[in-house]
Design a protein around this ligand. Sequence first.
Ligand code: ADP
Length: 373
Amino acid sequence: MTGAQATTELARDALTSLADGLLLVDDAGRIALLNPRACALFGVQEALWLSLPAADFYRALAQQTGQEQNLAPRLEHYARRAADLPRLEFALRTPEPRTVEATWFRLQGGARGGYGVLWRDVTRDKELERMKSQLLSTVSHELRTPLASIKGFATTLLRQDVRWDEATQREFLRIIEEESNRLEELIDNLLDMSQVEAGALRIQKEPVRLRRVVREAVEQAQRRTEAHWFETDLPAELPRVWADPRRIRQVLNNLLENAVKYSPDGGQITVRCEVEGANVTVSVADQGQGIPPDMLERVFERFFQVDGASTRKTGGSGLGLAIAKGIVEAHGGTIWAEAAPGQGSIFRFTLPIVKELDLRQNDVRLGKDKFNG
Ligand code: ADP
């Protein structure tokens, strides 16, 4: 193989391996190359398009976007003016919704002229951008509401011209305290979320008796509401799980709070533990409004809320379940939601049962092995 041949092959390999889609069009406006990434992105085959007019390809693409009238002429217009109109972003409908950014460049130096188009799938970048702005608006909204309340009641208490009786003063102070707790919780949630995302969530595992953790969480939840009725269903023998008790409490608290928040007064909430193979499955079932089937997975995304922030009656940042998922997964477990038969939702998560090996490692960590010989 000559040096020139090797270079050509290398160039071909590079075009084939490119992470972006690439289309090369010759000076007669015919397709000279469609790399595998472009074929995958648009669901086409290179062999069927080679030597055909690029204009036909643009029309086929435009059909996929559902905006035939518009996109094909725009793509051609950009192709003609590749030098001064380099970039265009458009949405693809099939096989799943994607945002594609096209970048044009002139082929220079060769005798044949023509141009190239790089197609980059920017769906993820767009999603990140959307999430960032949603983060800002959620955080500012969620911070503003309790803050306005704290400020309002503090200002009212400080008024010189009114004397509040003691009971009223205490009531105002109680609200200030409650709203400060809400602020604190939101900030804790944001910190936890950032740790989950950085893979830096601090988890201190030890052998945990779930019976106790579940009972305490349920008692605490029951103290907070008189309108709901809690049931626990725990097997007589429940093996210990390998977990961070504080974090598991956090998951349970969140699931119990949601069960209360999203179900009507008088509803029953049932917490159940079941041994299944090497795991214990914990479930929290309510008789509330339930979750539409296509959203059962999405509720675990950060900031996702079924009825959208603007129409909500209940507070919340949409972070609780995303954090719960991060915590359960850091324990090697899984968490998911199901539609309850009849009405309501069931959230389930698994935790690994303590193995002999875990116990020994734990003893080593605590320095107990010295005494066991
Ligand atoms: P939030 O702070 O909004 O409660 P979560 O992350 O805890 O955030 O929950 C995300 C969304 O999932 C909620 O806004 C709600 O729409 C839905 N959801 C969570 N738990 C339940 C439930 N038990 N029943 C119905 N919908 C629920």
